[in-house]
Design a binder for this molecule. Structure first.
Ligand code: NAP
Ligand code: FE
Length: 361
């Protein structure tokens, strides 16, 4: 059996917010706009949203206190701002961090949650409507039911169909200001989501065409984009691949690949994409015997061998050496072993295998 559910209204293309602004008219009358410190402004996305809202005569409040890998404290503070201003829906603008924060604020505000109750599904029964405008091409969060939050130095996602955005606007123009490293790392995150759509025990053949096409786009376009960052066509392609990745993990969830990345981010500050990238080859090697048919289908679509794929990964500069110490390996391996995503890995992996994997980075 396989299932498909992705109830997000999507608009894609240059200037899509202004062109489709009437579609946000009925969502609510007083949004909270959630952003990071600067990219919403420098990308031009915030100004487009403000123009559309003022054209609709909708007033709004801005909360721009979201850092990378958002912390529960920033979420709870955002929920207070939401309530103090009598907001009735939420607009997340930015990379995955502000958009995931917007999703979490919606849940915390609607259910009056305290502390880190967001991880207790039984306390969640409603959400305020969510609109998103991505400025990176990586997480696909504009099309998923997930939000990844850090609490007590532990990064963990939660999922609820209540936080699928009601509407998302994808304008590749906003991604042009991304620096090279953010462009590369976010594309690797999207690549990871697409590959995990082939690994997951919940894999959904309905989205295989998206996976094959998305990986091919990244394989053919990422380096060109790094050389020509202002090329709209390349930015558009990467944004499509990232959206595909979101539509894929909305069905299949993420796996060991993402579980391993989270402690690398919290402990060493590796970007989310890079944290996935440093173990991408090893994870593929572990999973290959179990999902050989799926991966061979991918390599034949790319017209390359597995080794050629590994060469390409290496050419992206993902092979950072971390020299993890034994104490970190012991703690992180247990955390990874017990994480939610592990259940979806195609092959059962032992604690010892995870320790060896970490030691090999
Ligand atoms: P991010 O953490 O949102 O942003 C990374 C950096 O890039 C920030 O400094 C940000 O600046 C900057 N930036 C963003 N857009 C920019 C632009 N257009 N121009 C210039 N700078 C820009 O990056 P992300 O990789 O998109 O998101 C990562 C987060 O998403 C992680 O917490 C990850 O776990 C999560 N995630 C969620 C899902 C999901 O389905 N919910 C899936 C995968 C990953 P500002 O701080 O100024 O904004
Ligand atoms: Fe991710």
């Amino acid at each position: 059996m396989f299932n498909y559910y992705m109830p997000v209204e999507l608009h894609f293309g240059r200037n899509c917010i202004m062109e489709k602004r009437l579609n946000i008219k009925n969502i609510g009358s007083n949004p909270l706009i959630v952003t990071g410190s600067s990219s919403a402004i420098t990308s031009g996305a915030l100004s487009s949203v403000e123009t559309a809202l003022s054209d609709l005569k909708v007033s709004y409040t801005i909360y721009s206190d979201i850092q990378e890998n958002p912390k529960i404290e920033s979420i709870n503070k955002g929920a207070r701002v939401f309530k103090d201003n009598n907001c009735d829906y939420i607009i997340g603008i930015g990379g995955g961090s502000p958009i995931d924060a917007a999703k979490a604020i919606s849940i915390v505000a609607a259910n009056n949650l305290q502390g880190d109750e967001i991880y207790q599904p039984e306390k969640i029964s409603k959400a305020f409507p969510i609109m998103t405008i991505p400025t990176t091409s990586g997480t696909g969060t504009e099309a998923t039911q997930y939000s990844v939050i850090t609490s007590n130095k532990k990064k963990a996602g939660f999922g609820s169909s209540l936080i699928f955005p009601k509407i998302s606007f994808l304008d590749p123009t906003y991604t042009i200001t991304m620096p090279k490293t953010v462009t590369r790392d976010t594309a690797i995150d999207a690549l990871s989501h697409l590959l995990e759509g082939l690994y997951s025990t919940k894999r959904c053949p309905l989205v295989y065409p998206l996976i094959l096409s998305g990986v091919r786009i990244i394989y053919l376009t990422l380096e060109q984009t790094l050389h020509e960052p202002e090329n709209y066509e390349y930015r558009k392609q990467l944004m499509i691949a990232s959206l595909y990745g979101g539509m894929v993990i909305a069905q299949s969830g993420t796996t060991l690949q993402h579980s391993i990345g989270y402690p690398l981010t919290t402990e060493f500050g590796l970007s989310h994409g890079m944290a996935n990238g440093v173990v991408m080859k090893q994870i593929m090697e572990i999973n290959y015997p179990t999902v050989k048919n799926e991966l061979d289908l991918l390599f034949s679509h790319l017209n390359i061998t597995k080794n050629k794929f590994y060469d390409w990964l290496e050419s992206l500069g993902l092979n950072t050496s971390l020299n993890l110490n034994d104490n970190f390996i012991n703690i992180a391996a247990k955390q990874i072993y017990h994480s939610r995503n592990m259940a979806l890995n195609p092959k059962t992996v032992t604690l010892r295998e995870i320790e060896n994997l970490l030691a090999s980075i």
